[in-house]
Design a binder for this molecule. Structure first.
Ligand code: SF4
Length: 391
């Protein structure tokens, strides 16, 4: 069995250079959402921020002596935090872990929750990337899904980000929505591209068990496009994004050159990250752990010094190898880079997966060179099945 170079703990796959801070507050709960996030609890925000700062201080040593390269405020709706609250959290990270001056600092924001002054305040703190949850540009769809903003507010949010000179702006869009057709999807994606974002993430709608959407669909009250229609929507997006100058660098993500999400690349490289906040996950020194999920329980436990970890698992090296390969294949240009793999695991991918690489290459699903294996265009819609062959 390969070893994980146990003597060298400052490797990025062992010691985190990335921090995720979870902000579990939302104005409403969208009908499709199964994230650890809550509506109607804004009164707890200031207590929560204090607790989050407490967790960061308690765990700062986990990042070792090297400063963070990326910070990500995710949610939930982090743009419900006031500027001084974001400042407090960033200051705590700087004091407890260190943050590189050129670090990528992302904040997720929902349209309608902020104006230009808010973004200028964030930029002054060092937030240089905004990820906007635009999701759809159809007012009726947004309303029915219980999103709290209009299509126009989504477009205005991008303009505010531009006016505030936020360095990089991402738009999240969902396809496969109820009532969506391939024509409306194309039109809305084109409208989104006309705002000239730097990065686009496209997500197929997932009907998650236990959500109101799942109830509506299972009762036959709402209909979602079938698998073929969803696949057609994904394929229809590819030429539009290419013509607009985007590089398709990950199965669901497109960026202008230089605007790839450095934080998300940590996940796709299966490297270490520190996750703080209610329900946040961490991956440190080969151990995956997760925090208690309810806001109140999380705050209480930080305040009492009881510790917020709800569970953990140590991944056997064999599983780390498989997961790292499966995630790497999502990266369209980089792919499964053999040398990177050898230096991390001491494993030679062509020797370990000889049969898989040969078979998938013969089927036209993988392009295998001397130094890497990558998904072909034909493989994009079956990327999960291909990845599972490496687990
Ligand atoms: S805004 Fe995002 S996190 Fe909040 S409920 Fe809606 S989908 Fe979930």
């Amino acid at each position: 069995m390969a070893q994980l170079n146990p003597g060298k703990s400052d490797h990025p796959w062992l010691t985190p250079r990335a921090a995720y801070l979870h902000v579990p507050f939302c104005r409403t709960k969208c009908l499709y959402c199964d994230f650890n996030t809550y509506a109607g609890k804004d009164r707890l925000i200031s207590e929560y921020v204090a607790a989050l700062a407490g967790e960061i201080r308690a765990r700062g040593a986990e990042t070792g002596a090297l400063p963070l390269r990326t910070v990500y405020f995710g949610g939930g709706t982090p743009s419900l935090l006031a500027v001084p609250q974001v400042r407090k959290l960033l200051d705590t990270l700087r004091d407890s872990c260190g943050v590189e001056p050129a670090a990528e600092v992302t904040l997720e924001a929902n349209p309608g929750t902020f104006g230009p002054a808010y973004l200028e305040g964030l930029r002054a703190l060092g937030v240089n990337r905004l990820s906007l949850g635009v999701q759809s540009l159809d007012d009726e769809t947004l309303r029915r899904l219980a999103r709290t903003h209009s299509a126009a507010a989504g477009l205005t949010a991008v303009r505010h980000a531009r006016a505030a000179e936020i360095w990089s702006v991402n738009l999240d869009l969902i396809y496969g929505l109820p009532w969506q057709t391939i024509d409306t999807w194309r039109d809305h994606l084109t409208m989104a591209l006309n705002t000239e974002p730097d990065h686009i993430s496209l997500y197929a709608l997932m009907v998650e068990e236990g959500t109101p959407l799942s109830t509506l669909v299972s009762r036959g009250q709402w209909e979602v496009p079938d698998q073929d229609a969803v696949a057609d929507m994904y394929e229809a997006a590819l030429p539009l994004l290419e013509r607009a100058g985007f590089v398709h660098y990950e199965v669901s993500n497109w960026a202008r050159p230089g605007h790839e999400s450095r934080h998300n690349l940590v996940y796709w490289h299966n490297e270490a990250y520190l996750g703080c906040g209610a329900g946040a996950h961490s991956y440190v020194q080969g151990v995956r752990s997760w925090n208690v999920r309810p806001i109140e329980g999380y705050v209480r436990r930080v305040q009492s010094g009881a510790g917020v970890r709800a569970g953990d698992e140590s991944l056997p090296v064999g599983e780390q190898v498989g997961e790292t390969a499966a995630l790497a294949l999502r990266l369209r240009q980089e792919g499964l880079a053999f040398e990177r793999f050898r230096s991390r695991f001491g494993i030679d991918p062509p020797a370990r997966w000889t049969a898989q690489l040969a078979e998938l290459s013969d089927m036209g699903l993988l392009e295998v060179d001397t130094d890497r294996a990558r998904l072909t265009d034909k493989a994009l819609l079956v990327n999960n099945e291909i990845a599972s062959r490496f687990l």
